[in-house]
Design a protein around this ligand. Structure first.
Ligand code: GCB
Length: 674
């Protein structure tokens, strides 16, 4: 039999080779079918009629990507061919395959897959009997990074780009009784994906958010927006959108606690745009008041808990509900405390945020990609302001329209999902992206996309700045400090003096280092955000050049840090979106990687930052040690980025208290106690 197949293969391939190479390629694979893209996002998901598919799924690893219908000669895994007589040749079996928990990442749940980057198939059986008049959708809260979906052997569609929710109408593929859902997730990143190939966090693969079967009426409310009118606190702006542009639909809006009830009718585009009169208590960190909001049509009712607040900047200040506020923040990754893999559940975020609250924060930077919707829901309840971000990170494929589509889609879905969360006060479109014209164009597109959906929050990006020339002057500041210091060795002193001589700087001069954040994107964002690593990375740039031991330069850097000036030519508030140092919990050597070094760096940084009046917010890097492929150092990192204030299981490092004390006792109490 095999011989015949091989004979047939050889015959065909020779034949095809002679005619056309692309036909030959098709013989070994097939032409890729069309994979539809997801539908418009369904909002208010937690109040819909849902069947959860969370729980145990089967999985098969497919490193050669052989299971797709287009890449397999035998039709691929979606056929889900099963043994009937014992004579069928089948080389996979989902029924007997290993099991995994969804939501969850296969590279966290299966040790063998820890470093694996490629396709994995996930399989779930479920029974469902839908109402006749209903539409049935498959909703996935997040799946990394390319996802292909098959239901009962049919192609449902594909979603490119991870972390954000998407849904498909699956009504036509559903069967009464047992259904088989097969999802291929591929966590490979490449130069045109978002994020791009290289990131300082783990590319968790799989379905990393809730999976629901959602039933809606045929004419259903797609999404609705209800937020305070920033111009008038006794008004809210109400926007609603019907699926399929259903016009003339009567919609009732109720906010029982405010005794508000009114009815509206959708226009010819299936939309409502209204200003309503309410007089809510405003949401703030000290009073995170949420109101139940109920929206109903004659076919369905949806509801949510919504807080009302305003956020804006004016000059170099930030205002929450028209009161000046400092953003006392911490940056995070979406990884739970003590559990390997990504954070996805209400419980995960509850624990993360309640532990982070011990830092006396009022703000969290949720870096570098969207987390599941539970984060902002918990933050709403906790009174924590949030920065949400898309994974446009480092140098991505700026000129590629497909890359832009992925990023645009991510920001749109994030905004559509979290537009009613009072906690979300900042949308960030990028992190540390090197300056170039295509980069500017790309990021402007993302900023305009936000503007289309929600202009009520602050926009930002963690910018890059500091020219080579600026940093060269830091060398002189360090040399001057060194030349004047008592503890520096005579040999080192001689080098410092030589450097100063060459630059014509007398020993009795006063020098301090000034950094100006002038990235031209600053023009287009509300908040000038900047990541800086004084005391950690920055000295390593100069050690070779200056021929001075790194230890000496680190010490000098600590001495000069409190006088460093940070400003921006844009008359806007600055947010220091990152600073930090690595430390292994329990390492008390006083050297680099020790808790003491990290704590001292925090002391110096906080002194420096609080002396710079344009800085109105900070979110040090980072709350918890997180998984990172870029961090192999044995015994210290072991593939964790160790800049956490707690380690991966929750042990607090010394710097934790330094920051908590700063926020509680030292940083402009008056303005930030809002
Ligand atoms: C950065 C990046 C962040 C890294 C961090 C670090 O500037 O924004 O993703 O993890 O530095 O630890 O180096």
């Amino acid at each position: 039999m095999l011989k015949i197949i091989y004979g047939f293969l050889i015959f065909c391939s020779i034949n095809l080779y002679a005619e056309d190479q692309s036909d030959a390629d098709n013989f070994f694979g097939r032409e890729a079918p069309v994979y539809p893209t997801p539908d418009h996002l369904i909002g208010w998901i937690d109040s819909r009629q849902i069947l959860t598919l969370n729980g145990e799924w089967s999985y098969i690893v497919d490193p050669m990507n052989n299971g797709l219908p287009e890449s397999s000669f035998f039709g691929g895994f979606p056929k889900n061919k099963t043994q009937k007589t014992g004579m069928e040749l089948i080389e996979y079996n989902f029924e007997t395959a290993a099991k995994i928990q969804i939501p969850g990442a296969w590279n966290a749940e299966d040790e063998k897959l820890f470093f694996y980057r490629g396709p994995v198939w996930l399989y779930k059986k479920f029974s469902h009997s839908a109402k006749k008049e209903a539409l049935v959708h498959l909703y996935i809260e997040g799946s990394n990074f390319t996802t292909k979906i098959f239901l009962n052997g049919s192609i449902v569609g594909q979603f490119e780009g991870g972390y954000v929710p998407f849904n498909f109408d699956i009504t036509e593929y559903l069967k009464e009784g047992e259904n088989i859902l097969l999802v291929q997730t591929d966590n490979t990143l490449n130069e045109s994906s978002v994020p791009t190939q290289k990131t300082d966090w783990w590319p968790w693969g799989g379905i990393v958010g809730d999976v629901y079967i959602v039933e809606t009426p045929r004419e259903f409310i797609q999404n609705a927006y209800l937020q305070l009118n920033p111009e008038n606190f006794s008004e809210a702006i109400f926007k609603l959108e019907m699926h399929d542009k259903t016009s003339g639909q009567r919609i009732k809006l109720e906010i029982p606690d405010l005794q508000f009830i009114d009815e509206f009718t959708t226009n010819s585009m299936g939309l409502i745009r209204e200003t309503i009169k309410i007089n809510p208590q405003l949401w703030s960190p000290s009073n995170p008041k949420l109101y139940e909001v109920i929206i109903s049509s004659n076919a369905e009712t949806i509801s949510d808990q919504i807080g009302f607040r305003s956020i804006k900047t004016q000059g170099q200040k930030i205002y929450l509900n028209n009161q000046e506020i400092l953003l006392k923040g911490i940056a995070m990754h979406s990884e739970p405390i003590g559990i390997p893999g990504p954070a996805f559940s209400k419980e995960h975020f509850h624990e993360l945020l309640s532990t982070a609250k011990d830092l006396n924060i009022n703000f969290v930077r949720a870096a570098h990609y969207p987390y599941t919707r539970h984060l902002a829901k918990v933050a709403d309840q906790f009174g924590l302001m949030l920065w949400e971000e898309v994974p446009v990170y480092w140098n991505i494929d700026w000129g590629n329209p497909q890359t832009l589509d992925i990023a645009r889609n991510q920001i749109t879905r994030l905004v559509q999902r979290d537009q009613n969360r009072a906690s979300v006060v900042v949308w960030s479109v990028a992190n540390e992206t090197p300056l170039s014209t295509p980069r500017m164009k790309f990021l402007h597109e993302l900023l305009s996309e936000i503007e289309v959906h929600d202009s009520s929050r602050l926009s930002t990006a963690a910018l890059l700045s500091g020219s080579e020339e600026q940093f060269r002057s830091l060398v002189l500041v360090l040399a001057l400090q060194g030349a004047k210091s008592q503890w520096v060795s005579p040999k080192e002193k001689a080098i410092f003096k030589l450097i100063l001589d060459q630059a014509n700087i007398p020993l009795d001069s006063q020098l301090s280092f000034s950094l100006s954040i002038d990235d031209p994107l600053g023009e287009s964002v509300d908040l000038i955000s900047y990541n800086e690593y004084f005391g950690w990375y920055y000295v390593t740039f100069f050690t070779d050049q200056m021929m001075i031991p790194e230890g000496t330069l680190r010490k000098l850097m600590f001495e000069v840090m409190p006088n460093i000036k940070i400003s921006s030519s844009f008359n806007k508030p600055i947010h220091i979106s990152e600073f930090g140092a690595g430390a292994k919990f329990g390492n008390h050597t006083n050297k680099i990687w020790s808790e003491e070094y990290q704590a001292e760096l925090y002391e110096r940084q906080l002194e420096m930052l609080s002396k710079n009046p344009q800085i109105q917010g900070i979110s040090p890097w980072v709350f918890k040690d997180f998984r990172a492929m870029l961090r192999p150092l044995p015994g210290i990192q072991d593939f964790y980025n160790r800049k956490g204030l707690i380690d991966e299981v929750g042990n607090k490092k010394m710097a934790f208290e330094v920051l908590a004390d700063f926020y509680e006792n030292k940083w402009n109490k008056k303005a930030s106690s809002n």
